[in-house]
Design a protein around this ligand. Structure first.
Ligand code: UD1
Length: 340
């Protein structure tokens, strides 16, 4: 079996994918520039190459040296409001860098590509539940930067029959590895659950509720929060599909039910055993009102079975990770072998 290259494997979602690959008995190599990732999230027995995915020469030798058959491409910038303020950063880090990476893969004959896309490509969808057929209409440069990469992949796959890809459209990824080996480390993270946990632990004065006048039952935005380890498993399903000769696919990744900002804050209250201080704040730029996935295709076409579909569990894992200040639990080598 070929080795899998994980770009952004020292980051939040990529590091969980590395854990899932190891659990599946697969060899992985991480390429990460460590701009937002953290080397301590990469297991000691997984090679970490510090570098830029847009550097074709370095990536080409890596693909060759490690006999890479599949690239899982996580590296990128992910903060919606930042993309509104600095769009060119997003078109460089997400769109232009992905173009270079895809080109390097084509030249090197890498046949499988799994791409971290996003629900942000749907913008404010016309229906409550979003299927992959829902028209794409991003309302942030972040969403556009990812949609452009999806388009490149579709065009490249049409032009090169030996190249197949799966674009996974993530809804709101949250939680942390249930065994404490990885979690959210992104500096200046803006994720609701992370910020709510930091507030519960007294590291922030209060949690801002960005907008309480949205047309939703409690006036706050609704999202489909998916446990990061279930999402990592979806990547293993995608890898199996491509390696068995399956077609290129675009798939939503979520559980198919939404929670409001207030409901999430209440879940954090429950996990922390005390209410956190909440402040009503103005709406945040670029926020869609409601995003909930129809993930039927992910379940039916890839055989994905989520194990951690429970908001209280997601919040508990996130809170445990924050309590340890993002220091991963080290599993001794003898147990690590058993875990694989
Ligand atoms: C997230 C992801 C994005 C992904 C998208 C898909 C992050 C940083 N962004 O964006 O990559 O593509 O989901 O749907 O994970 N909120 C507050 N107070 C806070 C923080 C957030 O009220 O302190 C609200 C936001 O306004 C929003 C909701 O909580 O309504 C979720 O926000 P956030 O966790 O930042 O994720 P998204 O912006 O939805």
């Amino acid at each position: 079996m070929d080795t899998v290259l994980v770009t952004g494997g020292a980051g939040y979602i990529g590091s969980h994918a590395v854990l899932a690959l190891r659990a599946a008995g697969r060899a992985a190599v991480v390429l990460d520039d460590l701009s937002t990732g953290d080397r301590k999230l990469v297991p000691a027995d997984v090679p970490l190459i510090v570098g830029d995915i847009a550097d074709g020469e370095q990536t080409a030798s890596l693909l060759h040296d490690y006999h890479i058959g599949t690239v899982m491409h996580f590296a990128g910038s992910i903060i919606v409001p930042e993309s509104v303020a600095d769009p060119l950063k997003y078109y460089r880090n997400n769109t232009a860098a992905s173009r270079n990476l895809i080109e390097t893969c084509i030249k090197a004959g890498v046949g499988h590509f799994i791409f971290s896309s996003t629900a942000a490509i749907y913008g404010n969808p016309p229906t409550r539940i979003v299927t992959e057929q829902t028209p794409t209409a991003p309302i942030s440069p972040y969403g556009w930067s990812k949609l452009m990469t999806e388009q490149m992949l579709a065009d490249v796959a049409a032009a090169h029959p030996a190249f197949r890809y799966i674009a996974l459209r993530y809804f709101n990824v949250a939680g942390a590895d249930p065994d404490g080996r990885a979690g959210q480390v992104t500096p200046n993270a803006t994720h609701l659950i992370k910020l709510a946990c930091e507030t519960a632990l007294g590291r922030r004065e209060a949690l801002n509720i960005f907008g309480s006048d949205y047309p939703t039952p409690d006036g706050t935005c609704i999202r489909d929060y998916i446990h990061v380890s279930d999402l990592a498993d979806a990547h293993i399903c995608a890898l199996d599909h491509l390696e068995k000769g399956g077609d290129s696919l675009v798939l939503n990744c979520g559980y198919g039910r939404g929670y409001s900002v207030r409901q999430v804050a209440e879940a954090v209250d429950r996990a922390a055993g005390k209410p956190l201080r909440k402040l009503e704040a103005p709406r945040r730029a670029g926020d869609p009102i409601e995003l909930v996935a129809d993930s039927t295709r992910l379940r039916d076409l890839l055989g994905w079975h989520p194990r951690l579909d429970d908001l209280d569990l997601i919040v508990r894992h996130a809170l445990e990770w924050e309590e340890r200040k993002g220091v991963p639990v080290q599993i001794p080598a003898c147990f690590r072998a058993l875990a694989i």
